[in-house]
Design a protein around this ligand. Structure first.
Ligand code: ADP
Length: 475
């Protein structure tokens, strides 16, 4: 049980508070006892002082030279012994003159030293022969021309009885109090931590199939509420990535199936027919076209999944942007020529960025490739490089059909195509712009689409200018 209690947060909290409370109460008990003892002593010493003064007033010399105690009026007074006091009287040279009965014939100690200056009037503690502790004060008393030394003592037993009574009350009461508060604390901690237990049970039931489930949060303002909210946010993110993954897998399978179906049906038709060499060459040609499409798709899928897994290490170097734009355009020159298009590249040759050259080139190739694919024959494509403030802008502009506002923010999504049949016919995979977005943001930039500028559309890549290199070149 105790091991179980120590393992739970509730048990640990209770033990911690119990120990702290016990320490605080023990400190309080010690303080109170010390204070009480000092107070009782003070009271006893004060009453001893008063009593010794009274006794001094009662001392008289009897005719036989002895000591007797009587009031000034000569009335018989209750003796000091009856009131629990013990009296010792000596002559100035230390001869005992009077010893109370309770002293059993022996004094508390040697008589007070008369030569000491100042005379010690403060009370001291002594032990009687029977072991009883007494508190005693001494006085020098002059009577009828003689100096007497007297010492009055009183038992400390009542003081210690009172003290130990108080200590016993504390010793019994405080542990009981700690126990009661401990039980109450355990119950309160249980109550306070109840939502955590509920959350844990709920969380245990959430699986990949029920990621849309959320924890019930009783009080969003407290610490447990914050924990629950954070957990729910994590669940929402998980749900979103699961959903993306599911959609990506479904879309990818669908995309892979289309060219495979085409290859199979072309093959089956060819098997059923007989034809000459030209016929078979034609069949093989269209099969290879589908294989090319498959290869492109698989390569894009690989790029995306390696990017998602963070496996692509960027090799950042200083890249001359206009030079890179020219190189990318050159790679698509043949495609453009087939459609009687010219890719015009111009801009500031001094502008440089810190980026991974190959990855940035892939982004540019995808944008220029789209521009070539979706623009009609004979329409030129423009690639412009310029600087605005601390950014380098690479704009790829075409005069194609453009992209309407409703599709503008969706075209960067994976497998999103505006006109599925047409873009597939153009050889697109639906992953081109997703790769552009990843490639640019991996290099610290952003890409946006400005659909509203006349016919066609403009994609703008924005990257931070490599100021050091540009300054060096300008200098
Ligand atoms: P795809 O491989 O199909 O071209 P992308 O991700 O590159 O896939 O583009 C997504 C869609 O955005 C395309 O299917 C096309 O409908 C549209 N699109 C992209 N670029 C252009 C453009 N320059 N002009 C018109 N539509 C475009």
């Amino acid at each position: 049980m105790s091991r179980f209690v120590g393992r739970t947060l509730r048990g640990r909290l209770t033990i911690l508070y119990g120990v702290l409370l016990a320490l605080a109460l023990a400190l309080y008990a010690v303080g109170t006892s010390v204070y009480l003892l000092r107070d009782l002593r003070k009271q006893q010493d004060a009453s001893l002082d008063r009593e010794i003064e009274t006794v001094e007033g009662l001392i008289a010399l009897s005719p036989d030279g002895g000591i007797e105690l009587r009031s000034e009026e000569g009335e018989a007074r209750e003796g000091v012994s009856e009131r629990g006091y013990l009296l010792e009287i000596w002559t100035a040279d230390g001869k005992p003159m009077f010893l109370s009965e309770g002293l059993d014939g022996s004094s508390l100690g040697p008589p007070p030293d008369l030569t000491q200056k100042p005379f010690d009037r403060s009370p001291h503690t002594y032990r009687l022969r029977n072991g009883t502790r007494v508190r005693a004060a001494a006085r020098r008393h002059g009577i009828e021309g003689r100096v007497l030394l007297l010492r009055l003592a009183v038992s400390e037993e009542p003081l210690w009885d009172e003290f130990w009574d108080m200590v016993s009350v504390l010793a019994i009461g405080l542990p009981v109090m700690v126990l009661l508060i401990g039980f109450a604390g355990y119950a309160v901690a249980g109550q306070a931590l109840q939502p955590v237990e509920e959350m844990a049970q709920r969380a245990r039931k959430i699986s990949a199939e029920s990621l849309n489930d959320r924890l019930t949060i009783q009080n969003p303002g407290d610490e447990l509420g914050h924990l629950g909210l954070a957990f729910n946010e994590t669940l929402a993110r998980l749900e979103k990535s699961f959903e993306q993954l599911r959609r990506f897998t479904a879309d990818a399978s669908h995309e892979l199936r289309t060219p495979l179906t085409a290859i199979r049906s072309v093959g089956e038709v060819a098997l059923q027919n007989t034809g000459d060499a030209a016929y078979y060459r034609d069949i093989i040609g269209s099969m290879l076209e589908e294989v090319n499409r498959l290869t492109r798709l698989v390569e894009s899928l690989l790029t995306m999944s390696r990017a998602d897994a963070g496996q692509i290490q960027l090799q950042r170097t200083t890249v001359e942007v206009l030079d890179l734009a020219k190189e990318s355009a050159a790679l698509l020159e043949v495609l453009a020529e087939e459609k009687h298009q010219t890719i015009i590249v111009d801009g500031d040759p001094s502008l440089t960025v810190r980026a991974d050259r190959l990855i940035l080139r892939q982004a540019l190739i995808n944008l220029i490739d789209n521009a070539v694919k979706y623009s009609p024959s004979g329409e030129d494509i423009e690639v412009r490089v310029r600087a605005i403030g601390k950014d380098v802008l690479i704009e790829v502009r075409d005069n194609g059909p453009g992209i309407s506002a409703e599709h503008a923010d969706k075209v960067f999504q994976r497998f999103y195509r505006i006109d599925k049949a047409r873009t597939r016919a153009e050889g697109g995979t639906g992953l081109g712009l997703s790769i552009v977005e990843w490639a640019v943001s991996a290099n610290g930039g952003s890409v946006e689409l400005n659909p509203g500028l006349g016919p066609g559309c403009t994609f703008t890549i924005r990257l931070p200018l490599d100021t050091q290199e540009s300054t060096a070149q300008n200098a």
